[in-house]
Design a protein around this ligand. Structure first.
Ligand code: GLV
Length: 327
């Protein structure tokens, strides 16, 4: 019998067509965001699901949907999936690393530059008709080139941002991560591992690229913001919840840091009202990987994972390879 799968949100028609060649697919052409109850109901008779990062897959859901064998996220971050709970039940979990690294690093760099050079503020100023004359101090920002780039979380995307900074913009790169990079990765970037306090104190532009977990919740809050330079920028392209958005809004309002660039938010798509009120923040709606080529590559990889996981193949990017070894 053809296995049934759910594609939780709207997706490229080509990806759906590929999946339909293998499975009986329930799709979501209207792209309605399923409630928790709807997701549970939809998954009761499914062997697999293509999630997009927003659908919570936890022990309760897995127990209610015992037929589920594969959960394939179209995202590199997988804080929506309880991987140990999947592993305990023999459910394959996958994500989409690598294919989005450079695109997401571009976005991080763009947000950092936009924050440092006050681009969104400048555009709002111009569109509002306020631009009447040149002034020596109009929209004065802070240099990116030659400054100190601080990176919190130095995985694939962090390293791609470091390459842009070191090789393209002559920045000194400092980073903090649980584990140090191998010397052969540090050397070409001149990257230096520092403790978190040093990172906060020395970075001119701090970029967050670490995964969200209980351990990274509010990794940047009032106490951390207080250690940063008043001229510094903060960019978050990782996950909402890593930054205490209320504390950040207060720091921006009071000029305790210069500016921020944010692509992710606590409780998104809601945005803390304090962030909407301050001028010195560039806000984008979680689009770090949103280029056509990269979104296609992510969809293809998620589909490859799902097809392999449910047809006895080897998924290219498993999060719990031990499940595959057991079957
Ligand atoms: C996007 O946020 C992702 O994790 O891919």
């Amino acid at each position: 019998m053809t296995q049934r799968i759910l594609v939780a949100r709207a997706i490229f028609p080509e990806t759906l067509a590929r999946l339909r060649a293998h499975f009986d697919v329930e799709d979501n052409p209207d792209d309605a965001v399923p409630t928790r109850e709807q997701l549970l109901a939809k998954l009761r008779d499914k062997a697999g699901v293509l999630t997009t990062g927003g659908e919570r897959i936890d022990a309760e859901l897995l127990d209610a949907c015992p037929q589920l064998r594969a959960v394939c996220n179209m995202a590199v971050g997988y804080n929506n999936i309880d991987v140990p709970a999947c592993t305990a039940r023999g459910v394959v979990a996958t994500n989409t690393p690598d294919v989005l690294t450079e695109t997401t690093a571009d976005m991080g760099f763009a947000l950092m530059m936009a924050a440092a050079r006050r681009m969104a503020e400048g555009e709002r100023y111009l569109r509002a008709g306020h631009w009447k004359k040149w002034s020596y101090d109009m929209l004065i920002g802070h240099d990116v080139h030659g400054s100190t780039l601080g990176i919190l979380g130095m995985g694939r995307i962090g390293q791609a941002i470091a390459r842009r900074g070191a090789l393209g913009f002559g920045m000194q790169v400092i980073y903090h991560n649980r584990s140090r990079l191998a010397p052969e990765l540090e050397a070409p970037l001149g990257a230096r591992w520092v403790d978190k306090a040093t990172l906060l104190r020395e970075a001119d532009h701090l970029v967050l690229v670490l995964p969200y977990s209980a351990a990274s919740h509010h990794a940047i809050g009032a106490a951390e913001l207080a250690q940063m330079k008043p001229t510094a920028t903060l960019t978050n392209i990782a996950r909402g919840g890593i930054v205490d958005d209320a504390a950040l809004a207060a720091a921006l309002r009071e000029g305790r840091i210069a500016a921020a660039g944010l692509d992710v938010f606590e409780g998104e798509p809601a945005v803390h009202p304090g962030l909407l009120e301050v001028p010195n923040v560039v806000l984008t709606p979680h689009v770090g990987s949103a280029t056509l080529a990269t979104r296609r590559a992510m969809a293809d990889l998620a589909a490859d994972n799902l097809i392999a996981a449910l047809t006895g193949g080897t998924p290219p990017t498993p999060l719990n390879p031990e499940v595959l070894a057991r079957r």
